[in-house]
Structures are given as structure tokens and as C-alpha cells.
Design a protein around this ligand. Structure first.
Ligand code: ADP
Ligand code: MG
Length: 243
């Protein structure tokens, strides 16, 4: 589903991503862990082309881009392959929960008003928020806002959903409801990449884990390998500091 080769990104000569290579299969759930500043967000944002890589190639589904020859049109087209769930939800504050979803459906899927509404209500029901369709984000809890964010990400029917620390802004008691929702999605046939500091969650939900440091994926493998014996000293020391 995803193939990345030779991906590089520098910010003012600082290498945020250095020669990133990996593949992700359809339906696979990959968590990305690692210290702050290691390039996790930059990697996700590169897949979505919110960050323009300096060099390298990315294939997602049936679309392929080469950073060297990327055009504006290709960028817009390629962006539709993925959708992003952000740490701070990024909902429109002046639109209701339902409108936050129907807006995107009308623009990207070209649905009419009635169709968008029907699909939007269906998506809110899937995240347990059918009763909050008319509520504005400011009246919802953080956990509820993030569930709307996830419904919106699913609305465009993406090939891949990218989560960037989806629970980092939430109080502990609200984290669980969002993690449970993501865990439920993981059981479906969705392909997901999740940047997270929730190690228990990463271990339970992921097919594979990438450990990043200094712009490199320095280790990857099944959770059992990363969290148990097989992992490198560096990964082990990160997990130890974390616990
Ligand atoms: P992480 O998500 O793992 O904490 P990031 O991908 O956000 O790390 O950042 C990786 C490095 O790139 C950091 O040193 C960060 O300061 C730098 N960086 C990220 N985005 C930008 C930007 N837009 N401009 C300049 N530097 C950036
Ligand atoms: Mg980050």
C-alpha cells in the first residue's frame, strides 16, 4: 500500500529525515515511536505532502510521486490518498460536528447536501457521536472533538489514515475512549500509521513498530520484537526511560 524510498528532508540544513525507506502493506497498522524531534511528524507530513520532501519517492495505492519532479497538480491529487488526524483536532470552530464532516464530503466527494448529511450522520454514529451532530466543537470534550476528527478523516475514504499523536492533548480519562476507537478501526481493513507515545497501545494495536531517532528509522519490527528481547540497546533504553 505504501512504498517510500530514499526520502530526505532538511530544514535549514538540519536533516529532519535521512534516507527513509520502508513499505507498509494494505490493512497494516504501523506505530512510529521515538524521542521528540526525531522526525516522526515530518515523516507523516511528507506522506501527506504537507511537507515537501527534498528528494525521494513515495507510492501510496496506485499513485506515485517523485520529490524532484513534483508538480502542484500531482500534490493535490496525491494528498487525497491519505488523511490526517492531528494532535489538536484542527476542527472548524464555527461549524457543527456534522458540518465539519459534510463540508469535506461536499468538496472532495462532490456529494450533494442530502447525501453528505446522510453519510456524515453515519460517520458520527460510527464514532459514537450521533447525538452530537448539531454541537459546536467548543461544547464538546477533547475526546469527543478528536472522535469528530477521526470521523472526518474517514469521510474521504482514504487509502491510508495518518495519526499524529492523536491522544497527546487529552486528559488520561479521555485518552482511553479515543484509543479504543482507533483500536476498533485497526480491526477493520484500514491501513494506518500512528505516531504515539502510548507504548501499551502501540504494542497492542500495531502489526509493526518503527523506532525513529535523528531522522532515521533505526529499528522496525513486530511489537514482540521491539518490546522484548530482540530490540537494540538504543530502543531498549528509550523504552526504559519512557516507562
Ligand atoms: P517529532 O515529531 O519526532 O517530534 P518533527 O518531525 O516535528 O519531530 O521534527 C524533526 C526536526 O525537524 C526537529 O528538529 C524540528 O525542530 C525540525 N522541524 C520540523 N518542522 C520544521 C519546520 N517547519 N521548520 C524548521 N524545522 C522543523
Ligand atoms: Mg511530532
Amino acid at each position: 500500500m505504501i512504498t517510500v524510498s530514499g526520502l530526505n528532508k532538511t530544514f535549514n540544513q538540519f536533516p529532519a529525515l535521512s534516507d527513509i525507506n520502508f513499505t507498509v502493506n494494505k490493512g497494516e497498522v504501523v506505530s512510529i515511536i521515538g524521542p521528540s524531534g526525531s522526525g516522526k511528524s515530518t515523516l507523516l507530513r511528507s506522506l501527506n505532502l504537507l511537507v515537501r520532501p527534498d528528494s525521494g519517492q513515495i507510492q501510496i495505492g496506485d499513485k506515485h510521486i517523485n520529490a524532484d519532479t513534483l508538480t502542484r497538480r500531482q500534490t493535490a491529487d496525491f494528498r487525497r490518498q491519505t488523511s490526517m488526524v492531528f494532535q489538536h483536532y484542527n476542527l472548524f470552530k464555527n461549524k457543527t460536528a456534522l458540518e465539519n464532516i459534510t463540508e469535506i464530503l461536499r468538496f472532495t466527494q462532490k456529494l450533494n447536501k442530502a447525501q453528505a448529511r446522510e453519510r456524515g450522520e453515519e460517520l458520527l454514529a460510527q464514532v459514537g457521536l450521533a447525538h452530537k451532530a448539531a454541537a459546536y466543537p467548543g461544547t464538546l470534550s477533547g475526546g469527543q472533538q478528536q472522535r469528530v476528527g477521526i470521523a472526518r478523516a474517514m469521510a474521504v475514504d482514504p487509502q491510508v489514515i495518518l495519526f499524529d499523536e492523536p491522544t497527546s492533548s487529552l486528559d488520561p480519562e479521555m485518552r482511553r475512549e479515543v484509543l479504543n476507537l482507533i483500536e476498533g478501526l485497526a480491526g477493520r481493513d484500514l491501513t494506518m500509521m500512528i505516531v504515539t507515545h502510548e507504548m501499551g497501545f502501540a504494542r497492542d494495536v500495531s502489526d509493526r513498530i518503527f523506532f525513529m531517532e535523528h531522522g532515521h528509522i533505526i529499528e522496525q519490527g513486530e511489537p514482540a520484537k521491539i518490546f522484548q528481547t530482540g530490540s537494540s540497546n538504543r530502543t531498549r533504553s528509550f523504552l526504559h526511560d519512557f516507562a
